[in-house]
Design a protein around this ligand. Structure first.
Ligand SMILES: [Fe+2]
Ligand SMILES: [Fe+2]
Length: 297
């Protein structure tokens, strides 16, 4: 008898990474960050987690400056991981990306048009929409993208929909980042309202954050490359080399749960001894809460 959870397992598990800001050729981001090493460390943590990952999601700012070599590097790093995990790969662009080199390398098409994608993960629909506004760092959708989104959402998916949008449609504390946020949250909320969208996965803020778009949770992954120093006064924008992270997003029949996974592997020790785990395996499931939860003192 295995000591499994007392709740049903999630129907789908997503590894949500963001803001890799990849630089090819060994350059350091801001003179501080080895972005290639950061992505490799993040993916190693995804693989070592032992989770059954259905989709690996990277929500934009894939490259730091739209360099074609950075997208080649992304493929070289990510593709073997996706093969080993046997999962889907969902990518979308951010304001640091450039659409043509990204489309060429990641989607095999030579165009400046946004590569918005639909991924069916065994009944869970993942819509990834490029929120970069060409020539700018703030975000938004074109009329065509709003129409595409509305048309997709017109038909519900069996397990609902996850939207992946680089620019988080929430109000972040930084006045500078507010100048670079998603430009028409009201319109996006109107499109999403009444649909089967269960969560929005975003990045751009370089910090783990949570908000809402109407009734829909917005979950922001904290950034693989660097993090915004949230302990600094809000008018400053200070990058920090840590604590980078990704989000383990578990989709259940009745809820979506996100857990922050730090990329850095710190020292660990068994908070629960193996003997306790082995003992719990011998306890009938119906008795486990009483046996494990009751205070002994
Ligand atoms: Fe970014
Ligand atoms: Fe961004």
């Amino acid at each position: 008898m295995a000591f499994t959870g007392s709740r049903p397992a999630p129907t789908h598990v997503l590894a949500h990474l963001s803001d890799t800001h990849l630089i090819a050729g060994g350059g350091l981001l801001g003179g501080h960050i080895d972005t290639e090493a950061q992505l490799r460390k993040a993916l190693a943590r995804v693989e070592s987690s032992g989770e059954r990952v259905d989709a690996l999601v990277i929500s934009g700012d894939l490259a730091d400056s739209g360099d074609p070599a950075a997208y080649e590097l992304l493929r070289a790093i990510v593709d073997p991981v996706v093969t080993r995990l046997g999962c889907a790969l969902v990518l979308t662009g951010g304001n640091h990306d450039e659409r043509r080199p990204m489309a060429r390398t990641l989607h095999g098409v030579d165009t400046d048009a946004p590569q918005d994608t639909v991924t069916d993960c065994d009944g869970l629909r993942i819509l990834a929409i490029d929120s970069a506004v060409p020539g700018y760092h703030h975000g938004g959708f074109s009329d065509d993208q709003y129409d595409w989104l509305a048309a997709e959402l017109a038909t519900p998916a069996r397990h609902g929909t996850i939207l992946v949008i680089h620019h988080a449609p929430i109000t972040y504390r930084s006045p500078v980042m507010q100048l670079l946020d998603f430009d028409d949250v009201d319109r996006l909320r109107d499109v999403v309202e009444g649909s089967d969208v269960r969560a929005v996965l975003s990045g751009h803020l370089h910090v783990t954050s949570f908000g809402t778009l109407g009734p829909v949770p917005v979950i922001v992954a904290g950034g693989v490359s660097y993090v915004d120093d949230v302990g600094a006064p809000r008018e400053l924008l200070m990058g920090v080399d840590g604590p980078q992270s990704w989000n383990l997003v578990e989709v259940h029949a009745d809820q979506v749960v996100a857990t922050v996974v730090p990329i850095e592997q710190h020292e660990t020790w068994p908070a629960l001894s193996e003997a306790v785990t082995e003992f719990m395996e011998t306890v009938p499931e119906a008795d486990r809460r009483e046996v494990f939860s009751r205070k002994r003192t």
